[in-house]
Design a binder for this molecule. Structure first.
Ligand SMILES: Cc1ncc(COP(=O)(O)O)c(C=O)c1O
Ligand SMILES: [Zn+2]
Length: 377
């Protein structure tokens, strides 16, 4: 039976319990999920819900969807070789967070919850606000004061109540925690249902490669919601016998806020304490990732690595991507910078390998930041 289980104390909850965290404070994960079902995949349906039977939402009538997903896997030539890039900036709200929001808000509708809170650097908040708007669920979104104005506009215009919190991303996380004592927390980092959406990234990549696994996958790791979702998806594909090996998973952090990179270098299993310096990559500036230990574990299990990109690399990559016609936001540029650095360092080995990454967020969200790239952020 499908259950939520605490990673700290092992306590189990039913999938009908409106919980997002264990009573002991531990992280919850889902067990006994349906797994990947290739024979139930509907190739006629253009979107991530083509894998409907692999996504644990009980009734079709609760599904909240804009027919999102199954984004193009575009090949681009870089200075260092060939990259396959999932165009996840083309989702309805302009970022991959829609994968998680579609499943999470569907589940919340199924649970009969009428109001939620969420915190975010902007994109997850915009995604949750949009799906709540469609579902008729009230929501309050907490964001750092410095969030890009395009994201703030989206959140408010979708009808969510916006709370702009002074200080760091961690101050915003603290503010929402207080609100979450009374109102259900539709958190992209804590809530395990979100990852049942982001896992479709792996399904789609695999299907688009002719049901093959890529050799290497390079994804962002702030809270790692795409990274961990993809890891779940690839594991399910392996368990279903579709692929035999997991891809090496490379987690990209900003050097200005790199708790996982520090741990990777030290051989530590837990996220390290770091000073968070402002970075162009606002979306991955997470000093205390809730599932940091899980991200490090996925890196280790897939024989992957954690890389950190500096501001100069982010800036140069972002400018060259946009000048090439790919209109992405700065955080998305950081992910590509990580992929390019990895390609550069492993040039010989990578010649024959399939390396997949993603455009995670659309440039139109960050107009004022893109206009002021040379003067700071
Ligand atoms: C555009 C973009 N890319 C990447 C990320 C990183 O996501 P995560 O914190 O889940 O690792 C975010 C998060 O907000 C984002 O907005
Ligand atoms: Zn517990």
């Amino acid at each position: 039976m499908l259950k939520l289980v605490c990673s700290d104390c092992g306590k189990e909850y039913s999938d009908k319990d409106p919980v997002w965290r264990c009573s002991c404070g531990g992280i919850l994960d889902l067990i006994n999920t349906p797994g990947f079902k290739i024979d139930k995949t509907n190739p006629e349906y253009r979107g991530m819900w083509r894998y409907r039977d692999s996504i644990p939402v009980n009734s079709n009538s609760d599904i909240i969807s804009f027919q999102e997903g199954f984004t193009p896997l575009l090949e681009i030539d870089t200075t260092e070789g060939r990259l396959l890039v999932k165009q996840d900036h083309l989702f309805p709200t302009g970022s991959y967070k829609d994968r998680g929001a579609s499943v999470l808000i569907s589940k919340i509708k199924e649970l009969g919850i009428k109001k939620v809170v969420e915190d975010s650097s902007g994109n997850a908040g915009a995604a949750v606000a949009a799906y709540c708007a469609k579902a008729g669920i009230e929501c309050d979104i907490y964001v750092p004061e410095s969030t890009s104005s395009g994201k703030l506009a989206q959140i408010e215009l979708y009808g969510a109540k916006l709370h702009r919190i002074p200080g760091t991303r961690e101050n915003t996380a603290m503010a929402v925690m207080e609100a979450a004592e009374k109102i259900y927390y539709a958190s992209h980092s804590w809530n395990p249902w979100f990852f049942q959406g982001t896992k479709t990234f792996a399904y789609e990549v695999c299907e688009q490669l002719g049901w093959k696994t890529p050799d290497i996958v390079v994804l962002p790791a702030g809270n790692g919601t795409l990274f961990l979702g993809a890891y779940i998806g690839f594991r399910e594909l392996k368990e279903a016998g579709i692929i035999t090996d997991l891809p090496k998973m490379i987690a990209v952090q900003s050097a200005n806020c790199a708790p996982l990179y520090k741990s990777y270098l030290n051989g530590s299993e837990k996220p390290s304490k770091v000073e968070s310096v402002p970075t162009l990559a606002e979306g991955i500036a997470i000093a205390e990732p809730v599932r940091g230990t899980q991200i490090l574990n996925a890196v280790q299990k897939t024989n992957g690595t954690v890389v950190a990109v500096n501001e100069e690399d982010i800036l140069l990559t972002l400018k060259s991507m946009i000048a090439g016609g790919y209109y992405i936001e700065p955080t998305s540029g950081a992910v590509i910078a990580g992929a390019l650095n990895y390609q550069k360092e492993h040039k010989e080995i990578l010649k024959t390998k399939i390396i997949v990454t993603a455009f995670t967020g659309h440039g139109l969200k960050s107009t004022e930041k893109l206009l002021n790239l040379d003067t700071g952020y």
